[in-house]
Ligand binder design. Structure first.
Ligand code: SF4
Length: 251
């Protein structure tokens, strides 16, 4: 069997619903762009570009100036977006508002970001290759590492923060294993409700994440071997593009 390529998103798909994982990762069924995901991409692209500029230029005004070219590029790459974004003014206004929320949470003129969209990868076993893209990774002059992820939605409800950190712990584990430096801080920035949540990862947490990854990887390998991908109905079904063909819903 070929080595299994996994990312935190695909692992989340499998743990949420194995059938959803199959549609996306095995059958490679196409999905139309989602307006929320595309909004997130637009904001990420501006926040990526802003750190290419000299520190004093990283202002909200500059970010807003960067929006129209970023949007033009996005719509060129994904022309289907034209039929999703019916009110362009409302779309751009919402993007302004999310960018302004970002500047309420961080002041990018005061620090340097070392990497944006950093690709991290590693074989976690002979059978499993794990990879992912980190929104931002900052290495302080003291050598301390901070991993940052931007979310255009709202922060998790109380009690759900741990689940929210899974993806960043995976990145922290990859960085630690590849570079020998345990990241000091994981930071989730929620632009939807102007909140950040932070966590200081420990070696024990990352080792437990590694064990969890290996367990999920083994479950996926065994599902592939037996071609058994059960459906798992949940609230997520209401947002699932495959609901119309899913055996849990089509009788
Ligand atoms: S509709 Fe629900 S059960 Fe079916 S694949 Fe999607 S998430 Fe899974």
């Amino acid at each position: 069997m070929e080595q299994l390529r996994l990312s935190p998103s695909r692992m989340n798909d499998f743990t949420n619903c194995p059938q959803l994982y199959k549609y996306r990762a095995i059958d490679l069924l196409p999905e139309p762009p989602s307006i929320e995901a595309e909004r997130g991409k637009l904001i990420h692209s501006v926040l990526e570009d802003i750190f290419e500029l000299p520190a004093p230029d990283r202002t909200l005004t500059t970010a807003i100036d960067l929006l129209p070219p970023a949007w033009a590029e996005q719509i060129e790459k994904t022309p289907e977006l034209a039929s999703l974004v019916l009110d362009e003014k409302e779309w751009i206004d919402r993007a302004h508002s999310l960018l302004s929320n970002y500047f309420a949470l961080e002041n990018p003129t005061t620090f340097e970001s070392t990497y944006r969209e950093l690709h991290l990868e590693r074989d976690i076993s002979d059978e499993i290759y794990l990879h992912g893209y980190v929104d931002r990774l900052d290495v302080a002059p003291t050598g301390e590492v901070r991993i940052v992820d931007y979310k255009s939605g709202k922060s998790p409800k109380p009690g759900w923060e741990e689940k929210a950190f899974f993806q960043l712990r995976v990145y922290a584990l990859l960085y630690w294993k590849n570079h020998g430096v345990l990241p000091r801080m994981l930071k989730l920035i929620y632009l939807g409700d102007v909140k950040t949540i932070e966590s200081q990862p420990t070696e024990a947490q990352l080792l437990s994440t590694e064990k969890k990854l290996a367990d999920i990887g083994d479950e996926i390998l065994s599902a592939i071997e037996s071609n058994d991908f059960p459906t798992r109905k949940s609230k997520l079904c209401d947002w699932c593009f495959f609901k119309a063909i899913c055996p849990a819903h089509v009788k």
